[in-house]
Design a binder for this molecule. Structure first.
Ligand SMILES: [Zn+2]
Length: 166
């Protein structure tokens, strides 16, 4: 288990995203709810990524600033990452690895932890709502960028007072 420290530019983004998806705001329908609601509120960061790559190529973004994966993030990529078919857009030497980590008020001390796909599948049934962040990481040049985020969870609000029995 690693607590991932991604670059400040992502943390700002993550915080602003997290502020409008408060657990508790989501209410399940009285009838016909599913144990798993699947991925929802998907945010794709492809545009921001392309902008960063354009800046990198034009020289307005330094390579050291773009390829600054934290050692923890690189370790997470190595040991808990999911290989992808996409080559690194910066060095083109290796394929990118996706590192997935989770945030949400319900998660408590697990917020900010790296999770493998199997763990996410289990968490989906355990928690009402949490946001998953997928960061692409190059283990060769240390390029890293937020790729996608989405919300998972069974959709029921956390037991915070007015939970009905059953
Ligand atoms: Zn690379």
């Amino acid at each position: 288990m690693y607590r991932v420290n991604v670059s400040a530019r992502y943390i700002d983004k993550i915080r602003s995203d997290a502020s409008h998806g408060k657990p508790g705001a989501l209410r399940r329908c009285a009838a016909g709810y599913e144990p798993s609601m699947g991925r929802r509120l998907v945010v794709d960061y492809g545009l921001a990524k392309r902008a960063a790559l354009t800046e990198l190529r034009s020289g307005s973004l330094a390579r050291d600033d773009a390829c600054d994966a934290h050692p923890y993030l690189l370790r997470a990529a190595k040991y808990h990452g999911e290989p992808t078919d996409a080559s690194c857009p910066v060095c083109d030497r290796v394929r990118l690895t996706h590192v997935t980590y989770v945030y949400g008020d319900e998660l408590g001390r697990y917020a900010g932890r790296v999770k493998a796909p199997a763990e996410l599948a289990a968490m989906e049934h355990e928690y009402g709502e949490f946001r998953v962040y997928v960061v692409e990481v190059c283990q060769s040049c240390a390029w890293n960028h937020l790729a996608q985020s989405y919300v998972l969870g069974h959709g029921e609000t956390a037991p915070s007072g007015d939970r009905q029995g059953g």
